[in-house]
Design a protein around this ligand. Structure first.
Ligand code: ZN
Length: 148
């Protein structure tokens, strides 16, 4: 038996057991699985959320941060060029504050430091805390050649 977390078109989440993945596919295709909350048969597998480690903010539920990624093939020269261009643009128009980024971003957000564009390093936890506090940050694109 496999348990899937399903979600209906009204956004209700519920767990359902299936004998196998094939059985799941068959029952979904045949509209045999209905949402227990609203009876909708338009259901699909929900996103499996990875477990989130507790933060220093106690029991508060925190949505996992996902980093958008793209597969850039050898023929993706144009995408590579755009990624490099964006990278260079960000580097050219921001001041590198390095490890001080989370503190400095918070100070700028709070009006305690002059408003300017900065870049630097933040851990996933620090990035999460900044976003939670409403500080608008964005990841700097990693150049494809650095991934190889
Ligand atoms: Zn429903």
């Amino acid at each position: 038996m496999i348990r899937f977390t399903l979600v209906c078109d009204n956004g209700h989440e519920f767990d359902s057991w299936f004998a196998s993945n094939e059985s799941y596919e068959f029952q979904i295709d045949a509209d045999l699985v209905a949402c227990p909350h609203c009876n909708s048969v338009k259901v699909s597998k929900g996103v499996m959320a990875p477990a989130v480690a507790r933060t220093d903010r106690g029991q508060k539920h925190v949505e996992p941060i996902k980093q958008s990624v793209a597969l850039v093939s050898d023929s993706g020269g144009e995408l590579r060029r755009l990624a490099r261009e964006l990278h260079e643009k960000i580097v050219a128009s921001t001041v590198d504050v390095g490890e001080k980024f989370p503190d400095e971003a918070r100070r700028i957000h709070g009006g305690e430091a002059p408003d300017r564009a900065i870049r630097g390093q933040a851990s996933l936890e620090e990035a999460r805390a900044l976003i939670e506090d409403g500080v608008a940050i964005m990841p700097v694109p990693i150049l494809p050649e650095k991934l190889g």
